[in-house]
Write a protein that binds this ligand. Structure first.
Ligand code: SAM
Length: 261
């Protein structure tokens, strides 16, 4: 069933209204008529199945048939902090990360990033990235649209690490034998957390992935000093756009999103 994320004020009691691109999509692409159903979600607290009652002048009115539980979100909200990659790789990271279950994306600048950061282009790129997150969230039947946050400097990124329960700094030098793998790091953290009597629901995780050129040893030291855990993702070197997806899928698996919870 087609899903649309709407602003909270588009829910009006037992009705919901589609406007703009969503109304155009419903009418022209989905050719919706009175009685046809879709799912509307405000991305925060309300999600419902609604049936079209009227459609004209770029507006679709619908009657709510029943409310849905907002259970399309992972137990662990994971923020993917991705060093700005070349070309349109960021779009791939956002699209696939949304499908897998990322809660937010935090693009950042790093020493060895290849792309020249241009803050004049930022607003446009953020708008495009947010649109990709919305479309991917609709396709994936997510209850929320992951936030795409403004590009951070390296300093801003390390300063923000304190706000998370666990920061996993993916460092390729740690990937070989003898390094701390993602799994060891998670096991150690969970043991420590459970020993402290803390629950795992709502565990705020940040996953940090470097650019095509990787991280410098100084960046790894500064991240560790800011509280990050340095982890390897295996002996193979993953492309920057692969690393977040691989690590994110492991986190979803470990947190029981794929069963066994
Ligand atoms: N320095 C790397 C090299 O030797 O080719 C290039 C960096 S890799 C293409 C891009 C990013 O993906 C890295 O900065 C790291 O965050 C992550 N990554 C890739 N493979 C990894 C691995 N085996 N273990 C941990 N992180 C990895």
């Amino acid at each position: 069933m087609q899903r649309y994320f709407v602003a909270p004020d588009q829910f009006e009691g037992s009705r919901v209204v589609l406007t703009g691109d969503d109304a155009r999509h419903a009418l022209r692409v989905m050719r919706m008529e009175p009685g046809d159903r879709f799912i509307a979600s405000d991305g925060a607290s309300r999600e419902a199945v609604a049936a079209v009652t009227a459609a004209d002048n770029g507006r679709v009115e619908a009657e709510i048939i029943f409310e849905l539980p907002m259970d399309g979100e992972p137990k662990w909200p994971v923020t993917v902090a991705q060093a700005l990659p070349k070309g349109d790789k960021m779009e791939l990271v956002i699209q696939k990360g949304t499908e897998i279950g990322a809660a937010a994306f935090a693009p950042f600048q790093s020493e060895r990033m290849i792309v020249q950061y241009d803050d004049k282009k930022e607003a446009k790129r953020l708008e495009r990235w947010s649109k990709i997150a919305k479309e991917a969230a609709e396709q994936a039947h997510r209850s929320r649209i992951p936030a795409v946050e403004p590009v951070r400097t390296w300093r801003e990124l390390t300063a923000s690490m304190a706000a998370y329960d666990l920061v996993l700094f993916c460092y390729e030098k740690e990937g070989g034998s003898g390094g701390t793998g993602l799994r060891e790091a998670l096991n150690a953290f969970r043991k420590e957390r459970l020993a402290a009597g803390a629950t795992e629901r709502g565990l705020r995780v940040m996953l940090v992935v470097g650019p095509e050129g990787g991280f410098t040893p100084r960046e790894a030291e500064e991240a560790e000093a800011a509280g990050a855990v340095i982890v390897g993702l295996g002996r193979r070197i993953l492309r920057t756009e692969t690393a977040a997806m691989a690590a994110l899928a492991c986190l979803m698996y470990e947190s029981g999103e794929m069963g066994g919870d």
